[in-house]
Every structure is written in structure tokens, then in C-alpha cells.
Design a protein. Structure first.
Lengths: 303, 630, 630, 303
């Protein structure tokens, strides 16, 4: 008997299906070399996504909260790979918040996708960091006691150079956003509003369908920093916009800035050999003989 | 010939540099040196000291009891006077200083000193200490540091406040003067260390005036140096070893006493290598990333390892505690990752800059769930270098995390060694079962007899990893029979490793193993044990020494063979629970009969180990606890 | 009398609720029950099942081989048909369903089922399975689920899609029908569980129609209930135990299978207590905080403990790995904190909803540095409750972290017990050496003979804590003699605990300890071992059982006493390395002679334990690995 | 011999002395009951601060990055205590960033003081998260490769309700800020510019002395939210202001909002008994007899 393809074990109607489809299509439409695409994910319903794609990418399903760290090691060792991080809101903004914030300081050329469903779904629906205070989705014994974190504002203040919000059921729009994020030179994040029909009976498809609108539909909305001077102002605008939540919920690109050098570029500046002789592109032995030369650095230790 | 010397002073006052200069001078005069550095978890003001043993032959240890104690402040004298046997150099102008006035000394230490002196009828000034020492036959040489400083200041035309830091060079000069060696070695050591001309001048003059204030008391002759020699501390030995071993990616989060390894690498991120295709010498980059915490550090390194690069991190106890979960992922995903583990005093923040061997059982069992891991421990600087390469080979061959123990006592100590000891040419690479061009139906976790699956790298084909239990393709599985098979496959690798790695590589022996007494040790006490053995042999006391180099998989058969039937099995190690002894008992069924243990945060001195072994061997003392070290 | 029943179905399809209803009905009919729940780390769609043993006497285990297998989907039949001995209830309209069509079944399981059937000459449909079962003498009862559903839908006037969920109630009804008990018990169980009137009606009707589709095959009589009884799962037992023990602060981060404990507490954060001054009944608040991660959770709880409240957290392997560093701080600062550790399958994410006993050595040694800790393990639901109180007493008396093991196999299983078994009145509080009004010169870490220092609470006077080594006042110290004294003081507490805690409390014995065979076990296998012992006794096979309740400090003397000189010491536990056996060897010097082990993620069933013990005792099988469980 | 008071083992001229003095004076001037004051600190030079105060408060010197977690446990168990957290920039914004961000969601009534010296001082001067890219203080082998995190912006986006910046050498000004922060109802943070003369030769006293200015010196600067409607605008203003860094560096209060309920108030809302019968204020046993009653919750489990 042939092994079957992996069965996506999400609940019927789950927003994760939308993200899966959008992401897969984005990869296909960009014409990426599948074997060079690595999807690194955290733990949660969301974290299972790499296993469910129907195209032969690679998947690294890591630990709860640590996907960004794995992705960093992978990308910097082999910058020729296309690295995408998928994680839950709990994964990336709760247990992983420290990595999320500090990744902003590096601006590595990769893409982070937040499955923002307001709950810790895989552990049965506790409040996630994006759930608002006072909300009481059905699995909470009491209304949520904590305020929510604002992923857009947090990403902006942390230094992400592409900050966007998407909506899981708008598969086409999300696909385009993911393509933009992947193409973006630098660290991109998309906060995807992802209904969890099983646990979150507040932020449902019905709730979002009538509220989301594209920033691009507002005339004058230009999130792209084209000159260094614009940086402060565009960031402040994006911040202010990120506070909008209620009858209207903006989706699309809040901020983009390609003027900031990537971490990879910064390494090259300090160590030009990184351009070609990056770690995964260098042989370290031949027939068991070690190829690295340490004579000169040992000489520094001569007495 | 072994000469023991100690210099101390406030952290940040240049003690390290002085000890370096002194050591360099003696090394270029042809001597071998072992130096141990003790310091507080503090940047400026607390007491730090360097203890050196200088020898005409290779030496692997230091001694707490010293021949020469070089001091320029009062605290060093107060902290160390009970340890000096022959000569003490002290600052004459501090004679009136009382213990109680030294505000940067911990009150409990002051208390101890005062009562020691009081019990013997002395007051608590430097003068009292000098009197006491004289009564013990110690030669106390008061040096006029202030006078010399003033002279130097005039000469170099710098304010006294700047020249001040030259004080320790005077102490160096005086120490050097006792040895009667030509001043050229000292002068060029000063030149090498202080590059700036003014400082060279200042220090050369201070040193000379120091030399002039003492008579020659331990005349040494220069020794012709035939072989190329290097001076290696533990952090650097591991750093260079890793680089030589082909390190591609190192992540770290600053922590004592580990971070110097990574900072060294940052400063050497571009290194030369030979392109195997062209034979050309080219530059390559070792990526060194300062992570935001240790959780990130370990997981970055594991991620890196999946791309086929040799990846590592370095940390100490608190950091490794945070890495525990990451290590389990590496175990589950058969990711070859090396963790250099610098043991310092725990638990919690503990004593960040003091040594320990108490983390052995933790590391052997760290992480939830069962999975194979390899644990090795270096006993000296040469092993620290070689083990850095070995660790990568083991990690890649068995596709598993390797934890490489290096204690603070090795990290911050140094040895002068013959370059050839490193055995550069004998060190080889073993990358294990690697598939550069995996077939279309590649399955990362193929079940095999050895438990080892051919490893392909990210980027070469589609493959899957998950920290969940998985099938051969790396997809999440819960089926009980898949669980069982994968669980066993992973643990089988440990059995394979146990079968393949010669136990002779996992245990080293020294001395006469046919004796009825065998000393078992591991890690940093090795040097003190071996050097003490030499001295005890001269006194006619003979025994064998067994050094455990690998704890997982444990060399149970060889240990059993070496130790069964012995009259005395003496466990020498740095923990309260005698953890290596526990491992022996657990895996080999052989329990030590005697113990020499230490847990006060200081490494074992050759002197105290020698005394302890005598007590064990001659007087049958069952357990000796060592207390050496201020 | 022991009747074994199993129901399965897709997660989220109401299997849990059905099993609850069925269990409740039988409990109110006077029966005792032990129920085990198996499920995937998935929310909807994967296979989950409940296995119940129903007995007229107290029962502590379940069996994988069942008398009645209740199914309503095809997968459950495919996954469990090899385990059924007497009756299977299946869905007639699925007869044509092939294994290959069940897309939510893991392919390796499908493969296994297909080849099992193929080897025996069968195809891969439900019908084939039914044929196979019939050939084995199993009574296969095909129920017309679809017909019944349609009938119900018509009656309650709801669309079929809503009524659909009643399917499992039909299975319950059919199962219940086999027993011939009055339908009143089932009806009131339905009423208790489904509060909504429509659902009560729907389910009652489904159940009745289910009942009508089967004959009475295992006639049971109601048993008069004399004592008050409760049904407790492990999570709730611990939660209520902690609350009873005076819990003031619980932090947690969601994780299977631990978080249900904390969520239960959140729903019960205000509890009644008796004000000791007035004797009044008043409400108080237990603070339950959902932390942002486990690092925060453990450190919040430790912080809370410093204010004098009983503080705890609950987690499982991945979370505890992250807590390791925090635990060392508690060790260093002698903070009484309780960690309820729900063992699940590791390493890494492993099998989040499956059981394991593989984390024992990790926990006994977790954290860098040496410090005392207490490790206890519950073997059943009553112990889970009582140990929650015990853990606080130990933590406060010895001022040290206490890790309380509860396996997934206990957490998600339940027992029906007599309320009096909990021994509410016998449980006492021991807060240890507390100083409510500390003197002005109070020193938190006063060195004493026992190692225990009088404890005052933050807010009552000035005091200092630090994770660094410290003096009696809690200020940072590096002096080697202070280090040594404090290090020993802390470890002395473990020796004090070892002296004070009766070994009889740390080891429980059952059966005839004078026999030549003794079975040693711990944790969840206890129930299966004891129940298997009862059955084996009836077959004339006798042995003693030793249950280890505390691993640190290890009850070495009593274990030695109980086990020395035995012909067979059989270690029954759920790890590959036989970790409790390792602990016995290490601490008592006694090594098991035989092993019954399991590591496939499923708890031990009474049936397989019984067979294994027979193989060990009668055939001298040295090691039996158990494979039970889909 | 009497034990001496603790010797502050910081380097001469260290900015930590200024923070120590300001904090100590603030506690004294507010007339707090010393034994009710708990200073919870992280690991670093900064973390040693509780040991060095000359007034009999209590100190809890915790683990690297975890001070906020300890403080949370302490404060919620005994809300009658005054809890102040002191930590380094590495401690609170590097390894502790996840707690720093998530604490904002709770708004517990306590004060967090960041010793912002741009370096990991106690481990010998590596770059901390607040060091700017390209900076090369003397202990770095190469210029800093990562961007800095902006503590003010991060705190704002995380939900802190009092956000300020102080300067270690302006002891009096800092003291007043600390008093304001302690008095503030809710979670307060002060980012204190703290020169480290030993390792950071860029952000020195000389550097700051001529650049810092008080926000209060700008007319129109009013950081206080007095009506819910003002929230977004004041926060956006504070954000924009937080980007100012160069010739002029603003110190003082960036944002204050007491309209947000504290976590303690939220507990009371859900569990009124918390007001008096909070955990540290309740006896749990008398003569060994347990006083908590579980009869009713056990009754729920009756079968
Ligand atoms: C260290 C650790 N803690 C806790 C868990 C348990 N856990 C599994 S999934 C999950 C949360 C998932 O929530 P989120 O990240 O929002 O993902 P979602 O399921 O909502 O997609 C948690 C806490 C874990 N696996 N590891
Ligand atoms: C888990 C852990 N990792 C690393 C360390 C080592 N460590 C001690 S202090 C310190 C950094 C201090 O920097 P910062 O927090 O900025 O404080 P500062 O010394 O600058 O005041 C580090 C990394 C530790 N103690 N614990
Ligand atoms: S629980 Fe929610 S997030 Fe998880 S699979 Fe179901 S619907 Fe999706
Ligand atoms: S190293 Fe810097 S921060 Fe630490 S005490 Fe010295 S000056 Fe202060
Ligand atoms: Mg989520
Ligand atoms: Mg700092």
C-alpha cells in the first residue's frame, strides 16, 4: 500500500486552510525552487502547516515559541534558502515574544506569518496574547483578564521592515501579501486574522467579513519608505493606523522600508567572504582531512 | 623543578596583564607554565589573583601554597599570607593598613583573617602579617612602591594617577628579580603586551626598579627552546579547535565563563581554508551570532545544523538549563549539534566565575523523554582543543547532541605547551552518513539496524523535521507501533555508539595500573592528580590513574576491567555527591572506596591533592574534602 | 466481576461525553469504574477512545482486551477489532467502508490493519472485519445508526446534521442495553450531562433506540450504594488537593496534559475557608495566573512563595525543561514551591497526549549545581489528591522545590472512589519553621544543624534573596569558606529530610512480601499491577508489590530491606531505560532481575501486565516489552 | 567583629550609583514603610542594586531576565507590598523581552526601572539590545551588527500605562520620576540612561549631559491621558517622540494613563474576596488542621 499524502487534521472551516492555500499558491506563483523553500513553524494547530502543503518544500516543525530562532540559524548558514516562519499568536507573541522582538533588530531576509486566532487552540482554547480584555470565547471559564498585544505596533517598534495584516478567508489577497512579503528584502511579518471556529466564537468569519478593508483602498495610503527622512513619519502613521479596531479593521501593508540593510548584508560588510563562502557552501574536509587552516591564529598564541 | 608564584590585586587594576607579562617572560626564557586565574563576578574592585607554576618540564597544575607571593595592595596579603612558604613581596607604605579598612573585602573573609591573627597573638595590620610571616621563616620583602611610582612618573612625565597602574609591574619586576634571569625576556614581554610606546616605557622602568629592589633568591637559567610552543587558555583552545574542526555556525548568549570563546570567534570570523576542488587557499566566514537568550542560541544552532554545517553553541549552567528543551528537539530530530558547557558554580547564578564539576548528572539526564546524547569532558587544554573536533565528529556520526564539558578551571587557566601536542595532523573529520544528492523518495528518519539514517541537508530535497514523534519521512505520528519503532531506533544509536567508540578513547590511564590503588578522576583535577602522582612517585607512593573522558555512552567495560579487584578506588572530583562515582556505580557496578572531593568553587591545587592522596593511601582516610583557595 | 468496555470515535464527535454518560449511569447503578482516555494531539477528526473497566468492587485499572467494543464509525472498528473478546457494536451502514477510505487514520495504522486482514485472507472493509470477528466467536451486532438518527430527527424536529452527534449516544444505549439494567440510570445520566432540554430529549431517545437494538448479554444488577462516592480524574484530583492544601497562588502556561488542572482552578478561584480567629466561613481568592511561558510560570510561583503563600505551578515535560533554571533558584533560595509534573511522551513535543514515565532521572537531576529537591510520584487518583497536600508540607518543611509526578495516564483517566478514601480529616498541614514576627537581626539563611533556617515572609521585615551564593543574610558572597558552609547547609536539608520522612511513607507495599518474587513499580502502572495481582492470586500465583512513592530522598534502606535476597525483583515501569530500576541500583545497590517495560505512549493495561508477570514468574522471561493500545 | 554594610562593588563613576541614590531617596521621600518595599532585580551589574541600599527594604535578586515574573508572583500574592523591578537593558529587553512585553498586558501596579547602559556590563561589555547599529564601544571586537530596540516605543506598544525616561546623573530629576512612577496606579517603566564608564565609551556622561532635556520643558507637552478618547492620539505622540535621538534626547514622562484598570482591580472584579482575603492575608491552617473547605467542589464530582 502506498503512503497517503498527509491529511490536514484541522477542524472543518478552520482559517488555517486559507493560510495554507494562500502560502502554497504564493510559493508557486513566485516560481520558487521548492527544494530551496523551508517552512519553519512553531507548535500549535498553526505549527502543523509545513506538513500539509502539497508541494515538495521542506518543513521544520520546531518547538513552541522558537521557530524564529531555528529560522535564523537556517537562513544565516544557508542564505540561498527561502525561509518562511509560520506560528500561532501564542507561539510568536506569547512564549516567543522575546525572539519576535529581538528578530526585529536583525532584519534577516525572511517572512514571518502569524496565525492570529485569539486563542491557544491546540491546548483547547485558552486566551492568547491577541485576545482582547473582557472577551470570553466559549472555552474560557471567565472573561479574559489581560489586555491584548497589538502585533502591528509591536512589530513596528521592534524594527520589522515589512509589516502587514492579512485575512485568512481572503485567500487571494493573502496570497498577494505573502508574495510581497517574500519578495521584500528584509524581515517581513504578516499578522493573519485567522478564525478558529472551534474555540473562538467572537472573532469569527462573520465578524471579520464585514469589517476588514484594504489599506490600499484608502487613497493617500502609502506605506513605503523611499527616503530615510520619511522613516519616522511613516512609522508613526502606521502605528496610529494599527490602533484602529472595531467596525473597520484595516488589512494590507502598514509599513515597508527596504532602506535598512539586512543582517546578511551586514555580515558581508564585516566579512566579505560570506557572500560566496557562507557556511553551507564550504567544504570542511576531504577524505577525512580537515581543510580549515588555523596556523595563523595559533601563531598569535606563540610564546 | 616547580616554582609556585601568585600575584593578586583588585579586579581591573591590571593583575591579569601583569601575570601575562610575567608568564610570557618566563616562557620565552624556556619554561613551561600552568596558570590559574581566580576572580569575582565583578568588574572592578574585588580581589582577583593568578597562581602560576613554572617548570623546566611540561606542567599541568598549580599550587595554592606558593614560593613567592607578589602583592602590591593590602588585601592580597591578607587573603593569601597563609599560603606563602618562602618569599612575600609587599607594599611597604601599607604597613599600617588594617584588615578592617579594606572595604572591598568580604566581611566574612576579614573576620576570618582577624581571628586567625588574633588567635596567634597578632593585631590586624599589614605589619602584623609581616611579623607573623617572619616568625614562620618567610622572607618578607617590603618594596617602596610609592617611591618607585614617583620616580617613574617624573621620568615619563605623566601624572601619578596614570602611572599608578604600573604598580603591579613593579611586583612583576620584583618577582622576576628573585629569579636572576636576564631582563631582556621581561622587557620584550612588556613590549609585546603593551603596544603603546609610553606604556612600554613606563612599565619597563617600573619593572626594572622592581627588579632592583630584591636579591636573587631562586636562580633560574634560561632553557633553550627547541620546539614551537603556544600558550592556550581553555576558551581559546576550544574556539580554535572548533574552527579547525570546520565550525560553520556558532550562536551564543554572553555568560561567564563561556562567552570569551565566542567573542574570540567574532574577532576571527573570517578564516582561511583550502578549497578541495582547486587546492587554493581561500577565506570563508564562520557565522557567529549573539542571540537574545540561550533559548534562541541553542535553537539557532540546531537550525543551522540542519543545513549541513557544523554548528555549535557555548554556555554554562544557567544557560544550559534554558537550553534543555532545545536539546530534546535535537535528540528527537537527530540533529548534530555541539554544546560546549563551561561548568561554573551553581545552582542558579551561583558563583559565576568559580569552578565546579557538579553538573554532570544534570547533563547526562537533561531534557524530558529518552534520547541518545554524547557527553565528553576535557581534562586539560590540549584535550579542550582536540575534543572540540571530536565533538563534531561524534555529533555528525551519531546525529545527536554532544555536550562537551570544559570547566571554568580550564577555561580561565592556561598551559604553555609544545604546538605538536595538539596533533593537528592526526585530527580527522568524520561527517558520518551523509547524502549530498538524496534520492527522490528520501526519508530523513529511515529505520536502520544501527539506528543511523543517511542524512541529507536542507536545500537538497524535500524533507521534514518535527519535534513530535514521527514516521520515517518526518511527519507527525501517534500510532503506537510507529512510536515504539522510532523510539527504539533513536536509542539504538547510543548502543551503536557504545559499540563503535573504542572504550580506550573514552578512558585514559596513567601511572601504574597494576598497583592496588587506582585514582579515578575527570576534567580539571586531572592535571593536579597527574602532577601530584609524579611527586608522590618520588616519595615511593605508587598508583594508577584513570581519567574518564566520556560519560555517555559510559565506558562501562573498561572501567570495570581497570577497577575490579582494586584495594582502593579513589574518586577525585569536584562535587558534593561525587557524581562520577555515581556514574561508575550505576553503569559499571563499581563504587569508589575513597573520595577526595571539593565544592568551595576553587580548582584543585596540586599541593592539596597530594596531601589528600597521601591521607587516603597511607592513613586510609575514607573521604577528604579539600578547602584550598582564597 | 470486571467488565471491560471501549468506545471510540473521532475527536470532537462527543466520545468523551458519551463515555461520561455511560460511566455515570453505571456508577449510579452502584458500580465502581476505572476509565482511561486516549486521544490525539488534535482538536477534531483524529481517533480517540475511552476504555472502562466496570466492577462491583473498587477497581484501579482498565484492560486493552475488552468484552464490549462500542463503535459508530469505521475507524474505531479498524483500530480496535483485535482487542475485542465478546461483543462488538458496529454501524451497519458502513459495512462497505474500506480501511483505505478512512482518511483521518494514520497511513501506517491503515497499512497494519490491511496486512493483518490480508494475512488471514480477508479484504479491508468493515464487512471483512465483522466476518473475521465472527470467525473468532465474537458477537457482532450491526446497529442501524442511520435509521435511528432519521427517526430521532423526525421526532425532535431538528435537521439530521444536528442530530448526527447523537450517534454515539446510540452506541452508549446499545452498550447499556447489553447489561440489562433499568434505563432510569442512563436517562438521569443523560439529564445530568446535557442540560439543554432539546439535547436531553434527543439523546434520551437515541439511547433508548440503541438499547432496543441489542439483547441483554451481560446481565448486571444494581448495587445499593452505601457510601458517598466521587468520580475523580487526575487533573481535578490534584486541583482540589492543592486547594484543600491551602494553595494561594498557581501560575501556569497551557500545556497538555497539565492545563486542565489550572483551568479548573480558574473556574474555582474563590473558595470557602474557616477564619481561624472567628470560626466564620468566608471566601478567599486563589490567584491563578496564565503566564506568557513556563519561564514566567515557575518564577512567578517562586516569587509568590516568598510572600508566605503556598505556591505552585503545573506543567509537563517541555514546560518543565524550560523551568529548570527557575527550579535551581528555588533550590538556592530555599523557596518552597510545588511543581505538578504531568509526564507525557517526550522528547521535545513528543506525543503530547500520550503517557510516559521517562522523565524520572531528568527530574531527579534537573538543574545545574547541587541542591536538595523532593520528588514524589502518585500512583492513582487518591494519591494524586493526597500528594498535592503532602507536596506543600514537604516543600515548606524542607524549604525546597517539590516535584510531584502525575502521569498523563492518571491525569486523563478517572476512578470512581468512596469519598472517605481521600481521608480529608487525616490530611494535616505542616508549614515548617515559620517566623511570623522575625527579630530585628533576622537572617533568612541562618546556618543550623538540620540545614533548615527559620523562614519569614516578605513584608514582615527586611530580608534578602539572591541566586548567587550568599551569606546568612542573603547577600552575595564568594569567599570559599562561606561557599562551602552554605553549600553544605543546603544539602544537609536533604539528609534531614531523609532522616525525618518515614521510609514507610515513601514506599508502599501490597500483597505478600514474604514471597520470593517482588514486583517493584511506581506511578500509573500501580493500578494494573495490583489488579493483575488479584487475578493472578486467584490463579495461585503470589508475589509482593512495592510501590515507590518518593524518589528524592530515596527510601534506600527500606527498599534494600524489602528486596534483598529475593529470587526475582521485577521492575514494572514505563521507560526504555527502566529508570526506577536505575535509581534502585544507584541508591540501594539492588538491581531488578526482571523487567516489564513499555514505551509506546499507552498506559499499562491490566491484561498485558498480567500476561507479562506470568511470563516473568512462570517462564523466567527476563524482559517483557508491552505493546498494548491503539 | 561586626559585619560591615554591603560594599557597592560597581566601578567608580558608574551610573548605577545615581540610580541607587535616586531610588533610595524616592522611597524615603514617599514615606513608604521600608519593610513593605521589595526590590526585585535581574542579573547584571544593575541587578545587584537591592543589596546596596542603605535602608532596610527587602531585596530579591533573581535570575537573568526573570525579575518581572518574580515581581508578578510577589505582588499578586501580597498586593500590600510596594514592588519595584530593577534590571539591565540586556536583562529586561534581551533575555527578558518576552516578559517585558507580556507584562504590559497585565498592568500590575508596580514599577520597572531599566538600567540602560547599552552593554552587557557584567559579562564584560557585549552589545545590549539598546546599543545602536554600527556603534563600537571599546569591548566589541566589531561594530554592533544589530539595530537597537527602542524601550519607550516597545513599552508603549506593549501597554505600559506610565512610560518615562530618566538620566542616571540627574539624581534629583530621576528621583522625582521614580516617585511619580511608584505613585502611578498601574505598570510604570522608566528607561534610565545609565553611563557605564568601563565599557561604553560612546554613551558617556559627556555624551548625555549636553543632549538630554526634559519633555516638561517643552510647552504643550502633556503626556497624561485624561479621557479615553485621548488614548490613541497621546500614544501616537509619545511614539513619535520616542524616535527622537541625536543632538537632543528627551527625558521625562512620555505617556501616562490611569484610566486602564490594574490587574489587581480586575481580579477583584472577578473575585471580590481578593480585596481582603488575598493569598498572603489568609491563614491556611490552625494547629495543623487545614482550613480550606472543599466539600462543595467535591460535591460537583459526586456520582
Ligand atoms: C514549552 C511548551 N509549552 C507549552 C506547550 C503546549 N502548547 C502546545 S500548542 C500551544 C499553544 C498554541 O497556541 P498558538 O500558538 O496560538 O497556536 P494555535 O494552536 O492557536 O494555532 C501550547 C501552549 C508546548 N508544546 N511547549
Ligand atoms: C541565563 C543566563 N544567561 C546569561 C547570564 C550571564 N549574564 C550575567 S549578567 C549578564 C548581562 C548583563 O547585562 P545587562 O542585563 O544589560 O546588565 P548590566 O550588567 O549591563 O547592568 C549576563 C548575560 C546569566 N547570568 N544567566
Ligand atoms: S482548534 Fe481552531 S485553530 Fe485549531 S484546527 Fe480547530 S478551528 Fe483551527
Ligand atoms: S561595568 Fe559598567 S555598569 Fe558595571 S559597574 Fe562598571 S561602570 Fe557600572
Ligand atoms: Mg492561536
Ligand atoms: Mg546593560
Amino acid at each position: 500500500m502506498e503512503l497517503k499524502p498527509e491529511w490536514s487534521d484541522w477542524c472543518p472551516g478552520c482559517g488555517n486552510f486559507g493560510i495554507l492555500n494562500a502560502e502554497q499558491k504564493a510559493i508557486q506563483e513566485l516560481g520558487l525552487d521548492f527544494k530551496k523553500v523551508v517552512i519553519v513553524s512553531g507548535i500549535g494547530c498553526s505549527g502543523k502547516i509545513p506538513h500539509f502543503l502539497k508541494i515538495p518544500i521542506s518543513g521544520v516543525h520546531t518547538l513552541h515559541g522558537r521557530a524564529i530562532a531555528y529560522a535564523t540559524g537556517i537562513k544565516l548558514s544557508n542564505p540561498s534558502l527561502e525561509v518562511i516562519v509560520n506560528g500561532g499568536d501564542g507561539d510568536l507573541l506569547g512564549i516567543g515574544a522575546g525572539h519576535f522582538v529581538n528578530a526585529g533588530r536583525r532584519n534577516i531576509d525572511m517572512t514571518v506569518i502569524i496565525h492570529d486566532n485569539g486563542v491557544y487552540a491546540l491546548t483547547k482554547g485558552q486566551a492568547s496574547p491577541t485576545l482582547r480584555r473582557g472577551d470570553k470565547p466559549k472555552s474560557l471559564p471567565l472573561p479574559n483578564i489581560s489586555d491584548n498585544v497589538n502585533p502591528i505596533a509591536l512589530a513596528l517598534s521592534a524594527g520589522y521592515t515589512f509589516v502587514a495584516r492579512g485575512y485568512a478567508y481572503d485567500v487571494n489577497g493573502l496570497k498577494e501579501l505573502i508574495k510581497q512579503a517574500i519578495r521584500h528584502k528584509g524581515l517581513a511579518v504578516i499578522d493573519v486574522l485567522q478564525p478558529c471556529p472551534t474555540y473562538n466564537d467572537i472573532y469569527t468569519k462573520e465578524f471579520y467579513d464585514k469589517r476588514v478593508y484594504y489599506l490600499s483602498s484608502e487613497k493617500d495610503w502609502d506605506p513605503v519608505v523611499r527616503k530615510p527622512e520619511e522613516e519616522g513619519e511613516k512609522m508613526a502613521k502606521a502605528m496610529l493606523k494599527s490602533l484602529e479596531w472595531g467596525d473597520r479593521i484595516p488589512i494590507g501593508v502598514f509599513y515597508q522600508n527596504e532602506l535598512v540593510s539586512t543582517y546578511e548584508e551586514r555580515i558581508v560588510q564585516q566579512a566579505p567572504s560570506y557572500k560566496d563562502a557562507y557556511p553551507a557552501n564550504v567544504e570542511i574536509e576531504k577524505d577525512g582531512k580537515l581543510l580549515t587552516l588555523v596556523d595563523d591564529i595559533l601563531k598569535e598564541k606563540k610564546v | 623543578m616547580r616554582l609556585n608564584w601568585l600575584i593578586g590585586g583588585q579586579q581591573g587594576s591590571g593583575v591579569d596583564t601583569s601575570a601575562l607579562v610575567f608568564g610570557n617572560a618566563l616562557a620565552s626564557a624556556g619554561y613551561y607554565i600552568y596558570g590559574n586565574r581566580e576572580y569575582y563576578s565583578n568588574i572592578k574592585g574585588r580581589h582577583s589573583y593568578f597562581a602560576l607554576t613554572i617548570s623546566d618540564k611540561r606542567v599541568r597544575s598549580f599550587s595554592f601554597t606558593v614560593d613567592i607571593l607578589a602583592t602590591f595592595d593590602a588585601e592580597t596579603l591578607f587573603q593569601h599570607f597563609t599560603e606563602v612558604k618562602k618569599v612575600v613581596i609587599y607594599n611597604k607604605s601599607l604597613e599600617g593598613t588594617k584588615v578592617e579598612y579594606v572595604q572591598n573585602m568580604e566581611p566574612e573573609i576579614a573576620e576570618k583573617v582577624v581571628s586567625f591573627l588574633k588567635e596567634r597573638g597578632y593585631g590586624s595590620t599589614v605589619r602584623d602579617v609581616v611579623e607573623y610571616l617572619k616568625s614562620k621563616g618567610v622572607n618578607a620583602i617590603g618594596v617602596d612602591y610609592d617611591g618607585i611610582m614617583r620616580k617613574v612618573a617624573e621620568e615619563v612625565k605623566l601624572p601619578l594617577s596614570v602611572v599608578e597602574r604600573g604598580k603591579n609591574t613593579i611586583a612583576i619586576g620584583a618577582s622576576y628579580g628573585l629569579l636572576g634571569l636576564g631582563k631582556g625576556y621581561l622587557e620584550s614581554a612588556i613590549r609585546n603586551v603593551f603596544k603603546n610606546e609610553t606604556f612600554v616605557k613606563l612599565n619597563t622602568m617600573s619593572a626594572e626598579l622592581g627588579m632592583e629592589s630584591v636579591p636573587v633568591m631562586f636562580p633560574l637559567k634560561e632553557i633553550p627552546v627547541k620546539k614551537e610552543r603556544v600558550q592556550l587558555d581553555g576558551n581559546t583552545a576550544v574556539a580554535i579547535g572548533k574552527i579547525y574542526g570546520g565550525l560553520g555556525f556558532q550562536s551564543f548568549y554572553p555568560i561567564s565563563p563561556a562567552s570569551d570563546e565566542s567573542v574570540y570567534m567574532q574577532a576571527h570570523q573570517e578564516v582561511w581554508y583550502v578549497d578541495p576542488k582547486t587546492g587554493d587557499k581561500r577565506k570563508k566566514t564562520v557565522v557567529v551570532v549573539q542571540a537574545e537568550d540561550e533559548l534562541s542560541a541553542i535553537n539557532m544552532a540546531i537550525g543551522a545544523s540542519l543545513t549541513g554545517v557544523r554548528a555549535a553553541t557555548a554556555t554554562s549552567g544557567p544557560g544550559f538549563s534554558l537550553m534543555t528543551e532545545g536539546v530534546t528537539w535535537a535528540g528527537m530530530n537527530e540533529a548534530p549539534v555541539v554544546i560546549t558547557y563551561y561548568i561554573r558554580g551553581g545552582p542558579a547564578t551561583g558563583q559565576p566565575t568559580r569552578t565546579s564539576q557538579a553538573d554532570l548528572f544534570f547533563v547526562m539526564n537533561a531534557g524530558h523523554g529518552e534520547f541518545p546524547r554524547i557527553v565528553i569532558a576535557s581534562g586539560d587544554h590540549v584535550e579542550a582543543f582536540q575534543d572540540a573536533v571530536w565533538a563534531f565528529n561524534l555529533a555528525e556520526r551519531y546525529q545527536t547532541p554532544v555536550i562537551h564539558f570544559v570547566e571554568k578551571a580550564i577555561a580561565n587557566a592556561y598551559s604553555v605547551i609544545d604546538l605538536e601536542e595538539l596533533g593537528l595532523d592526526k585530527l580527522r573529520a568524520d561527517r558520518g552518513d551523509v547524502l549530498l544528492s538524496p534520492p527522490p523518495d528520501y526519508a530523513r528518519f529511515k529505520i536502520t539496524d544501527t539506528g543511523i539514517s543517511p542524512r541529507a541537508f536542507l536545500g537538497s530535497t524535500s524533507m521534514f523535521y518535527t519535534g513530535d514523534e514521527h514516521n520515517e519521512e518526518g511527519h507527525i505520528r501517534e500510532a503506537s507501533h510507529v512510536r515504539e519503532a522510532m523510539y527504539e531506533k533513536r536509542l539504538r544509536k547510543l548502543e551503536t555508539a557504545d559499540r563503535e567508540i573504542p572504550e580506550e578513547d573514552r578512558v585514559k590511564t596513567f601511572g601504574d595500573l597494576d598497583q592496588k590503588v587506582v585514582v579515578v578522576t575527570w576534567g580539571s583535577p586531572k592535571g593536579a592528580v597527574l602532577d601530584a602522582m609524579e611527586e608522590l612517585n618520588e616519595e615511593g607512593i605508587k598508583f594508577g590513574v584513570v581519567q574518564i573522558r566520556m560519560f555517555s555512552p559510559f565506558p562501562k567495560n573498561l572501567i570495570r576491567k581497570l577497577l575490579s579487584g582494586k584495594e582502593k578506588v579513589v574518586d577525585v572530583e569536584g562535587s558534593y555527591m561525587a557524581q562520577a562515582g555515581m556514574a561508575m556505580k550505576l553503569f559499571s557496578g563499581i563504587e569508589p572506596t575513597h573520595y577526595v572531593l571539593k565544592w568551595n568553587g576553587r580548582p584543585m591545587g596540586r599541593d592539596e591533592v597530594k596531601e589528600a592522596l597521601k591521607a587516603v593511601i597511607l592513613e586510609d582516610r575514607k573521604k577528604v574534602v579539600l578547602h584550598g583557595g582564597a
